[in-house]
Write a protein that binds this ligand. Structure first.
Ligand SMILES: [Zn+2]
Length: 130
């Protein structure tokens, strides 16, 4: 699990409740991910958290078949994906569940939450599969 810095703390608290949360700029309204102090659109430092729909589409993905390090040995093959969220931000994540290896660009996905020993990790699954 990534280190939960102050900007991202609410993201991880929401994940514990199985909610996907995004920062929304109070200046221009843009949603952003990952969490950060300044809006990348208008540079405002005023933001609020809002619950995302959890829906998105696949922008790009790849199937990892060779473990990048020994800890990943039992996880391959797995899918690393770039998901365009309905709210706008593009999120790097894993695609999991039935049919994940047969992803296609543009496929509809929805968030799902994996409980790990060190916390809850938002991931995505294909809609209509599982
Ligand atoms: Zn802004």
């Amino acid at each position: 699990m990534p280190f939960a810095n102050a900007d991202a703390a609410e993201y991880w608290r929401s994940a514990e409740k199985e909610e996907l949360a995004l920062q929304k700029c109070k200046g221009c309204g843009a949603a952003r991910f990952p969490a950060r102090h300044l809006c990348p659109v208008c540079w405002s430092d005023q933001a609020e958290w809002s619950r995302a729909s959890g829906r998105g589409t696949i922008y790009a993905a790849t199937v990892v078949r060779r473990a990048p390090s020994p800890e990943y040995k039992d996880m391959v093959p797995y899918v690393l994906a770039l998901i365009d969220l309905e709210e706008g931000p593009r999120m790097i994540t894993n695609l999991v569940g039935d049919g994940a290896l047969n992803w296609r660009i543009g496929d509809a996905v929805r968030v799902t939450f994996e409980r790990r020993v060190d916390g809850v990790m938002p991931q995505f699954e294909l809609v209509g599969n599982g």
